[in-house]
Design a protein around this ligand. Structure first.
Ligand code: AMP
Length: 249
């Protein structure tokens, strides 16, 4: 079984994101970048499945500018076998990423595609769903547990009412939740070994995918600063303020 894992390079989750002065976007120059956190869970799960003898190859793929290769290299250091970097300069929207991943899936013929549930930069939560539609494959989203069966997967996902357990045929798209596992750190020897693992570089234009953004970003602004709160002495005072000052009840 072959598992393709999509990893995206995003601003590190510990960084306090700042808006550019001209409102054209957020500051990325000299800012720490990392793999999108749920994509680390996706790689970890693929590696665990391979370690359990249920997968034979893990291919990690990223779409983005030159430096996006770092995310593939990190995936190789934690256990992916080889990488693919589809080069695109500038903003690449989920639809374009899905179309690119569709082309890669047509070529690689994976049995499973693991992705993150959501990218923390754009918070779109769209790429996995759109890829499933383009490939006409079943999709399991927000997955927090995976059991690989013979020709199917049993997955658990979080829904409003609690946990939902579903079975899906293979091939399938799985988008991974942070609760799925605890991603391992890459050891130094494995980081060194990863340098020798192959990364194929492809230009998005060679795949025949038009990556031109379809969404026009008009302005990016900081959210309004929160006003300082007050302490109330009693529930009665709270109710009175909610009624007469905030006028929300
Ligand atoms: P999104 O739909 O943007 O919230 O992203 C959901 C998931 O799709 C991410 O967690 C990644 O697994 C994958 N993905 C999105 N953009 C890219 C990209 N540029 N390169 C590789 N994978 C991506």
């Amino acid at each position: 079984m072959k598992i393709l894992v999509a990893v995206k390079r995003v601003i590190d989750y510990n960084v306090q994101v700042r808006v550019k002065e001209d409102g054209s976007g957020v500051v990325t120059d000299n800012v720490k970048m990392s793999t999108n956190p749920p994509d680390d869970n996706a790689i970890e799960e693929a590696v665990k499945i391979k370690e359990a003898g249920k997968a034979t190859e893990i291919v990690s793929v990223t779409v983005g500018e030159e430096k996006a290769q770092e995310t593939v290299r990190k995936a190789l250091a934690v256990g992916a076998d080889r990488g693919i970097h589809v080069k695109v300069d500038g903003i690449v929207e989920p639809l374009a990423v899905s179309k690119i991943l569709q082309k890669i899936a047509d070529k690689e013929k994976p049995d499973l595609i693991f992705m993150g549930k959501q990218a923390i930069d754009d918070d779109c939560n769209q790429t996995g769903q759109m890829l499933a539609a383009l490939l006409n494959w079943p999709q399991a989203t927000f997955v927090s547990k995976i059991e690989v069966k013979d020709k199917s997967l049993e997955i658990t996902r979080e829904v409003d009412e609690g946990l939902e357990t579903l079975e899906t045929n293979i091939p399938a798209i799985v988008t991974c939740d942070l609760r799925l596992n605890e991603p391992r750190y890459a050891s130094l020897p494995n980081i060194m070994k990863a340098k020798k693992k192959p990364i194929e570089q492809i230009n998005a234009s060679d795949l025949g995918v038009d990556t031109k953004p379809r969404i026009e970003q008009i302005k990016v602004e900081e959210p309004p600063k929160r006003k300082t709160g007050i302490k109330v002495a009693s529930v009665a005072e709270l109710v009175e303020k909610l009624k007469n000052e905030a006028k929300v009840i």
